[in-house]
Design a protein around this ligand. Structure first.
Ligand code: TRH
Length: 391
């Protein structure tokens, strides 16, 4: 539905888990809403130090600051006092993070009440189709929150994808000099860049040492680029030195090079520059799909191995017809044994050209439903329209 509607102000609440968690997605969402839709966006973040890793402009000591047009506020505790005039038109909480009680009270006191969304985690599981856009009444206050589920088909909320992304990606990937110059910034020589290039971003329990052993003893010269702080124990063991930015070592066919942890926009360039990307969580996983290159996903672990179900649901969509990719990703995530890492990698390696050839088709299929922000704002419009027309 397209109605004339203006939603000039919006707040996003983000709680950081495990040093990165969710700030990557929230920051990307905040910027797109601000830059492409001219909304006045306030991003509440509880951990500015972690935020600064992906956005070096962040001042961790500032209670309030404006970064790239987005007002960033330090969400210090649940005790803040708020006024109905502090409440924007739209409030988005991430993954059910609980808003300060007085903020909720002020939301209920505002006229009109804000649209309140709970932005959920991305999964390819079927059940989200039945839950996307569902309302949930506040137990005490006259407020309704709606669930918003990102997803891979038109019955869900889409994926974050900013305007012009694909043109920038193609231009970069087709410009050999741009790729070489980008890599040269980190000390990558032309000879290193000529071999297979892989980026590595994963959680601590990924079997990195077994993968390094495989590449080291393999025939293909491989350059593995690892942002600082990723798998530090296993990377340090390979290097025989502290895994700090600038460190590198070559053993057998494998060179491992530690990069500085990149600002978020530059991380895209790394994904675009590499032939294969190891990614994790949600945001880097989506960005790897937009990079249109083969990737291996390390999913964020959940209790009772719930994440294995999510992984299998995604693989059933994405890796249909690519059993070696399914087997490798299940093994990488500990969802099934990978006793012979070398054999699993070699099987995957043999199919990488086919996977690469299909990567852009996947990107187009998922994007056919439109991007997440456009759909989210359509939903907000629908809710506002219903609110204005209710008795
Ligand atoms: O932060 P993550 O581990 O994310 C996860 C997921 O959101 C998961 O669902 C959640 O619940 C868990 O947090 C707690 O991984 P993700 O989502 O890929 O975010 C990492 C961000 O870091 C992403 O925006 C890319 C960015 N990044 C950089 O900016 N520079 C870098 O050098 C690297 C490696 C990543």
């Amino acid at each position: 539905m397209s109605l004339s509607f203006s939603a000039p102000s919006l707040a996003i609440f983000c709680k950081v888990i495990d040093n990165y968690g969710d700030i990557g997605i929230c920051w990307r969402l905040a910027r797109q809403l601000c830059h492409e839709h001219a909304l006045a966006v306030t991003l509440w973040v509880d951990d500015l130090v972690s935020f600064r890793r992906i956005c070096p402009e962040v001042d961790p000591a500032a209670v309030q600051q404006v970064i790239q047009g987005v007002t960033v506020r330090h969400w210090q505790d649940q005790d803040g006092q708020f006024d109905a005039r502090d409440i924007p038109d739209v409030v988005i909480e991430f993954f059910g993070c609980e808003l300060p009680p007085d903020y909720q009270r002020a939301m209920a006191a505002r006229t009109p009440r804000p649209v309140w969304l709970n932005y959920e985690g991305l999964t390819a599981e079927d059940w989200v189709e039945g839950c996307h856009r569902l309302p949930s009444m506040h137990p005490r206050l006259p407020l309704t929150k709606h669930f918003y589920f990102p997803g891979f088909n038109a019955r869900t909320g889409g994926l974050l994808h900013e305007a012009g992304l694909d043109a920038r990606r193609r231009a970069f990937q087709q410009d050999g000099a741009a790729v070489t110059d980008f890599l040269a910034r980190f000390g990558v020589s032309a000879a290193e860049a000529a071999g297979r290039k892989v980026s590595l971003f994963c959680y601590l329990d990924a079997p990195v040492t077994a993968l390094f052993d495989t590449w080291r003893g393999g025939a293909t010269p491989t350059l593995c680029l690892v942002p600082e702080g990723v798998a530090p124990g296993q990377v340090g063991a390979f290097l025989g030195a502290a895994p700090v930015a600038g460190a590198s070592a070559t053993r057998g066919s494998l060179t491992v090079r530690v990069l500085p942890f990149l600002p978020q926009a530059e991380y895209d360039l790394l994904l675009w520059a590499c032939d294969v990307n190891f990614v994790r969580g949600e945001d880097s996983w989506v960005r790897a799909q937009w990079a249109a290159r083969p990737f291996v996903w390390h999913i964020y672990p959940q209790d009772e191995n719930l994440h294995h179900k999510k992984l299998r649901a995604f693989l059933a969509l994405y890796a249909r017809g690519a059993p070696a990719l399914t087997a490798y990703m299940l093994g990488w995530n500990g969802a099934q044994p990978m006793d012979d890492h070398r054999a699993a990698w070699n099987a995957l390696d043999a199919t990488l050209p086919d996977i690469a050839a299909q990567a852009d088709g996947w990107r187009q299929t998922v994007l056919a439903q439109g991007d997440l922000v456009t759909q989210l704002l359509d939903f907000v419009r629908d809710l506002r329209f219903a609110q204005e027309n209710s008795v």
